[in-house]
Design a protein around this ligand. Structure first.
Ligand code: MG
Ligand code: MG
Length: 256
């Protein structure tokens, strides 16, 4: 494992990519409504990114055909935005990556469409809380296992399951760099985080069993038992001070 630490100047470059990505996700989230198609959300995201002179990083990645991943209900990740219309009660995970001046950012959210089931809301809330718990451990000297354990603890306390085959990652000049960032772990295990590491932390959580299967489109991963899934992701820099969430809406610093 060769983790490339970023200089403060490089983290500022990555923060520019992260800020644009937060804007893109804010716009997509504001457009989520019954009747809207997934393709419309994808076009919206791509338009903003290209208007700003940035590059969508998912498009063409291993042949992925879109700017956004849109994963509805039992879909966990990597859903392809098509003509499908959002319906009240759906939960939609949307994931996006982009490149500004050679630097990547990667972030995802899950939102409800119209009125949603309280159980679906609880799943989303627990997943978002798990992400925050993981981010709070992103400090020099903590171990990767501390990050995973913090995520796992929140998810399991709420009665949900981590999907262990899906992990976060380092990010920088490439979308996926070392190290892998598991969403479960044992405190004190694994390498120690260092100042300058930038990590995409991304719990992928299900209300049911943690098994997943691939849809016939060969992209969309769905829960094998059909249960709902949620996904939240931020690109986070380990600094000498507080963890810095590069993809936060507005300037924000994680607590803890
Ligand atoms: Mg992502
Ligand atoms: Mg990612």
């Amino acid at each position: 494992m060769a983790v490339v630490a970023k200089t403060p100047e490089q983290i500022e470059m990555m923060a520019r990519a992260g800020a644009l990505l937060a804007e893109v996700l804010d716009e997509v989230e504001a457009s989520v409504a019954p009747g809207v198609t997934l393709k419309e959300l994808d076009r919206l995201a791509e338009g903003i990114i290209r208007d700003r002179g940035a590059t969508p990083s998912f498009f063409g990645y291993h042949g992925f055909p879109a700017t956004l991943c849109t994963s509805l209900n039992d879909a966990v990740v990597h859903g392809i935005p098509g003509a499908q219309q959002l319906r009240p009660g759906d939960i939609l995970s949307f994931d996006c990556g982009l490149i500004v001046d050679g630097w990547h950012a990667d972030s995802a959210r899950t939102v409800g469409v119209g009125e949603i089931d309280p159980g679906a809301q609880a799943l989303m809330s627990a997943t978002a809380e798990a992400l925050e718990a993981g981010i709070a451990r992103c400090r020099p000297g903590n171990h990767l296992g501390d990050v995973g354990a913090a995520i796992q603890k929140v998810v399991e306390a709420a009665g949900y399951s981590i999907i262990p085959v899906l992990v976060g990652h380092g990010i920088g000049r490439s979308m996926h760099e070392d190290p892998q960032v598991a969403n479960q772990g044992v405190p004190g295990d694994g390498p120690q985080l260092q100042e300058g590491w930038v990590l995409a932390i991304e719990p992928m959580v299900t209300a049911g069993d943690p098994g997943v299967k691939l849809r016939p489109d060969r992209w969309t991963l769905v829960t094998a038992d059909g249960s709902l899934s949620a996904h939240f992701e931020h690109t986070v820099a380990v600094t000498g001070h507080e963890p810095r969430v590069l993809t936060a809406s507005g300037a924000r610093i994680a607590k803890g």
